[in-house]
Design a protein around this ligand. Structure first.
Ligand SMILES: Nc1ncnc2c1ncn2[C@@H]1O[C@H](COP(=O)(O)OP(=O)(O)OP(=O)(O)O)[C@@H](O)[C@H]1O
Ligand SMILES: [Mg+2]
Length: 244
């Protein structure tokens, strides 16, 4: 097992955003994490990546208790995450943004640059390395956010709506990119409202509702479950393609 979350909760005042969530992730998996707006998916990612301290519960990564570890310690150990609102440095170039991630494993500037350029090629931003991040459109930003995390050399990548807001063509390219990243040996958890992404990429789907897991299993089985249709997909799959 690569990561396990046991009985993880996060409360904000009287709101239980995450309410006793359990999840076990094996190395090499692609897991889809779905659920309605406000279900606690991003907050759960925050807990898994050290961006917030869970109120209760325990998180173990690669045999180590990381419940109280900082985001930097998580990155060091190999847990990388993208943010729903991209955390790019707008005034830095595309290359410099990715070098920020690359410095984690390549302290020397030359090696960091080399590695960042390789990552930019992988994500298809090689020809835009000298542009300011702010000048990228939505698909470029999404790729840059993925590249920044990828450059830190994660074993586990948590993607929080990293494929949202793309045209159908861009979406297919982004799906291909995620497959490519998976093929390099990275384990992935993907939060996405676009069911097509989940059905195409995930071998296992976890459904969150009101802070905890209400269903999990193979995508085709999960989407037929009454509780999942009730809480998320809706009658006639009204949210099949996109939910905002
Ligand atoms: N820092 C915070 N302070 C107070 N409440 C918060 C905070 N962060 C999240 N919440 C609340 O916790 C609940 C879960 O939010 P979260 O962002 O984790 O949901 P989500 O499943 O990611 O939703 P979405 O699909 O819209 O991104 C929501 O009710 C949200 O308003
Ligand atoms: Mg969210």
């Amino acid at each position: 097992m690569l990561l396990s979350a046991e009985n993880v909760s996060k409360t904000f005042g009287s709101l239980r955003a995450v309410a006793g969530a359990n999840l076990a992730i094996d190395e090499g998996e692609i897991i889809g994490l779905i659920g309605p707006n406000g279900a606690g998916k991003s907050t759960f990612f925050n807990c898994l990546a050290g961006d917030t301290l869970p109120t209760t519960g325990r998180i173990v990564f690669d045999g180590r208790d990381v419940t109280r570890a900082s985001p930097e310690e998580h990155a060091e150990l190999g847990v990388g995450r993208t943010f729903q609102v991209p955390a790019t440095f707008e005034d830095l170039t595309v290359l410099d943004n990715v070098m920020v991630g690359a410095f984690l494993r390549h302290p020397h500037r030359g090696a960091a640059r080399e590695h960042a350029l390789q990552v930019l090629d992988l994500v298809g931003l090689g020809d835009r390395q000298n542009l300011r991040a702010r000048s990228l459109g939505t698909p470029g930003r999404k790729r840059l956010e993925i590249a920044r995390v990828l450059a830190t050399g994660p074993r586990l990548m948590l993607l929080d709506e990293a494929l949202a807001g793309l045209t159908p063509v861009e979406l297919q390219q982004a799906i291909a990119l995620v497959k490519k990243i998976h093929q390099t040996g990275v384990t992935l958890v993907i939060v996405e409202h676009i069911m097509e992404v989940i059905m195409t990429l995930a071998a296992r789907v976890i459904v969150f509702n009101q802070g905890h897991v209400i269903a999990q299993g193979k995508p085709a089985d999960v989407v037929r479950q009454e509780a999942v249709i009730e809480a998320y997909l809706g009658r006639g799959h009204r949210n099949w393609r996109k939910k905002d």
